[in-house]
Design a binder for this molecule. Sequence first.
Ligand SMILES: Cc1cc2nc3c(=O)[nH]c(=O)nc-3n(C[C@H](O)[C@H](O)[C@H](O)COP(=O)(O)OP(=O)(O)OC[C@H]3O[C@@H](n4cnc5c(N)ncnc54)[C@H](O)[C@@H]3O)c2cc1C
Length: 254
Amino acid sequence: MSHTPHQSSLDLAERVGGLAQVCQVVANRPISTSLREIVLHGDVRLAGEPGNDVMVRVRSGDHHVRRRFSVRHVDPDAHRFTLWVSVDHEGPGSAWARDVEPGASLDVVGPRGKITLREADWHLFVGDVAALAAFYRMAEAIETPGRALFVVEIDHDDDALTARFDEGLGVTGVFVDRRGRHRDDPAGLLSGLAALELPEGEGEAYLFGEFHVIRAVRAALAERGLADDAVRHKAYFRLGRANADHGEPDKREA
Ligand SMILES: Cc1cc2nc3c(=O)[nH]c(=O)nc-3n(C[C@H](O)[C@H](O)[C@H](O)COP(=O)(O)OP(=O)(O)OC[C@H]3O[C@@H](n4cnc5c(N)ncnc54)[C@H](O)[C@@H]3O)c2cc1C
C-alpha cells in the first residue's frame, strides 16, 4: 500500500492550493439506488468548509483521471470524511465508487471549491441527487434560526434521502420525480421551483447539477427576482459528455 501521493497529485495540489494525500477507504455501502456512501480515512484538512469537495484519482482504461466529490460529513476525531457518490450512470468515477473496497488506498487532493455558505435569511438548494452531500452538509451549517429550502430531482423513490437538522432550522423540501425525462431536461426542477414560495428577506441560492439544467434554473430564479450574485452555481456534469480528465464538465457552447 503506497503512502505517497502520485507526483501528478502533488503537482496538482500545489497548483490549486490544496493538499495531496493518500487516504484509505474505510467503508463503501449503497444508501439508495443511485448513491453509495464512501468513508475515507485521512486528513485532507478535514475537507474544508461545507460546500467543498475533494478530487480523487481513479483509473480510466489505461490511464487515470480526477473526479470531484463533495464532502457529506466530517468526523475530525476519527480523521474521516464521507462522500455520497452517484452510480446511476457509466463512467470511471461511478465504476470506482461501485467497486472500491475497504482497505483500498486512494490519492485525494483537496479541499476544493469556492461555493460555501453565505449569510442570509434563507438558503435555497436546487439540484439532483449527486448534490445531496453538499446540500445537506451546507444546510447543517446554517445558523439557527434560519431557513433551508430544497428542490431535488430524483430517479428512484429511495433516493429521497433525508437529513437531521437543528430544531431551530425551518426546512422545506421537495423531491421531484424525474419520470424518465432526460437529465438535461430542466422541466422537473422548474416545476418544483415554481410550486415553492420563496420566503421574505435576503436569500441565497445554490445550484449543483447538470450543465443545461443549472442554466435553466438560474434563468428561472432571475425571473423570480433573485439577484445574480445571490445565485451560486456549479455544473457537476454534462449529459452525454464525460467530465474532462481534471474532473470539470465541458462548458463549451457547441
Ligand atoms: C465540484 C464538484 C462536486 C461534485 N460532487 C459530487 C458528489 O458529491 N457526488 C456525486 O455523485 N457527484 C459529484 N460531482 C459530479 C461528478 O464529479 C461527475 O458526475 C463525474 O462526471 C462523475 O464521473 P464519472 O467518471 O462517473 O462519469 P463521466 O466520465 O464524467 O461521464 C460519463 C457519462 O456519465 C454521465 N454522467 C456523469 N455524471 C453523471 C451524474 N451525476 N448523473 C448522471 N449522469 C452522469 C455523463 O454525462 C457522461 O455521459 C461533482 C462535480 C463537481 C465538479
